[in-house]
Design a protein around this ligand. Structure first.
Ligand code: FES
Length: 90
């Protein structure tokens, strides 16, 4: 079982232009205890930008859940929630 919160940041062209370039630096913004519990990866286009049903880029997948129009603030909050949830499961 993976004990780290899995974060995939789409760095495809549409997401990059719409803000993923900033999102990919999020690891630097995480406080030390949080950083150890999160695994952040940049991924190529995950296909969600192809139609509008999924919302607008940039897209981030956190623990399998898609976040559209992701901002640093939204992603940080979602990561904190997931880390707390993981801690509760132990
Ligand atoms: S570029 Fe991010 S979903 Fe396509």
């Amino acid at each position: 079982m993976n004990t780290k919160v899995q974060v995939q940041i789409c760095v495809g062209t549409a997401c990059h232009i719409m803000g993923a370039a900033d999102l990919i630096t999020i690891e630097d913004l995480l406080a030390e205890p949080l950083r150890e519990r999160v695994e952040i990866k940049g991924v190529t286009c995950i296909g969600l930008c192809k139609d509008e049903v999924h919302g607008k880029p940039p897209f981030v997948i956190i623990e399998g859940q898609m976040l559209a129009e992701a901002t640093l603030d939204k992603v940080l909050r979602r990561i904190e929630m997931c880390v707390e949830r993981l801690a509760d499961r132990r």
